[in-house]
Design a protein around this ligand. Structure first.
Ligand SMILES: NC(=O)c1ccc[n+]([C@@H]2O[C@H](COP(=O)([O-])OP(=O)(O)OC[C@H]3O[C@@H](n4cnc5c(N)ncnc54)[C@H](OP(=O)(O)O)[C@@H]3O)[C@@H](O)[C@H]2O)c1
Length: 293
């Protein structure tokens, strides 16, 4: 199969490139394909004639989005719409990634793909608009919502904690926001595994799915796990003290959901096979990769 990947240099994009080795992959970064440019997106589909488009491009700066509203909306809403338009013109399926931040976090049990959404900030709102644009424009789509993404690539919470842990003896981390840390390589593995299904005659699994890490934790618990593993692997001489604080004690420009746990059963059902979403395993792998010269 021929796959066209956008946002190739993001966390997911890099992990997808590492894993999508059995297919012909055209991996385009932002300078090679800006998804806010409809002409460019149409040209890319015409030139490469992919069997499937995988969108790894997004504006992911949750707090900055509160100021850069136009940019966030252009990338997260108009961008997926452009991809869906170009895919619809050529009958190409689109796999698009979205976020747990479409939810407001007031639930008390894991969110299902059809749970009501109510984004709290510009980022979540722009991602929701992008989902809706894809749904309106293209039948052959999979929207995969994920959460709290980390990897050996790019910027993420794991890397921030490792940096702060090396600098400080004590730090405070929010303990009243709960979610599912997700290793970007596991998202990539799952998408690579489902690619062949999309071209099977009669495939009717189109729609919205959830794929998050296997265990819900608070950011505070996630930080503790990161430090425990980092000490175990010799990346840190000792773990700093991690003090639990409330969201109120750590105000940020964007409001975040208190509980954004995803029920990931829908993807398992679609694939009909086992896939790994063990974030502790993903964390260990990430630390090993970061320790490599
Ligand atoms: N990160 C998370 O915690 C998280 C949580 C839930 C869901 N998600 C979703 O998961 C997906 C992957 O996230 P990620 O963590 O891999 O994001 P990421 O590391 O921020 O990567 C996004 C990539 O998109 C590129 N990009 C930005 N604007 C673009 C444009 N106009 N055209 C083409 N490319 C553009 C960025 O390029 P530049 O670096 O040059 O800007 C970057 O390489 C996204 O859909 C995101 O919304 C992420």
């Amino acid at each position: 199969m021929k796959i066209l990947l956008t946002g190739a240099e993001g966390q997911f994009g890099r992990c997808f490139q590492d894993r999508c080795t059995d297919h012909s992959l055209v991996a385009l970064n932002r300078s090679e394909l800006d998804i806010t440019d409809l002409d460019a997106v149409q040209r890319a589909c015409k030139t490469h004639l992919p069997d499937v488009v995988v969108n790894g491009a997004a504006y992911t700066a949750v707090d900055r989005a509160e100021q850069e509203v136009d940019l966030a909306v252009a990338v997260n809403s108009a961008g997926p719409q452009n991809l869906a338009v170009a895919c619809a013109e050529r009958d190409i399926p689109l796999i698009h990634i979205s976020t747990d931040y479409v939810f407001d976090g007031t639930a008390t049990s894991p969110y299902l793909p059809d749970s009501p959404v109510s984004p709290l900030g510009v980022y979540g709102q722009s991602k929701w608009q992008g989902e809706e644009a894809v749904r309106r424009t293209l039948n052959q789509h999979l929207i995969i919502r994920t959460a709290w993404v980390f990897s050996e690539y790019g910027n993420n919470f794991v890397k921030t904690m490792l940096r702060l842990g090396a600098e400080r003896e004590e730090l405070s981390v929010v303990a009243d926001q709960v979610g599912c840390p997700t290793y970007a390589g596991h998202i990539a593995d799952a998408i690579v595994a489902l690619l062949p299904l999309l071209k099977q005659p009669g495939f009717d699994g189109w729609g919205t799915l959830h794929f998050g890490g296997d265990r819900a934790v608070s950011w505070h618990q996630f930080a503790q796990a990161i430090f425990a593993e980092a000490v175990d692997q010799g990346c840190l001489p000792q773990a700093p003290r991690v003090l639990p604080i409330t969201t109120e004690q750590y105000p940020t420009p964007a409001r975040r959901p208190g509980y954004s746990v995803l029920d990931s059963g829908s993807l398992a059902e679609l694939l009909g096979l086992r896939f790994c979403n063990d974030w502790l395993q993903g964390l260990r792998f990430t630390l090993e990769r970061l320790a490599q010269p």
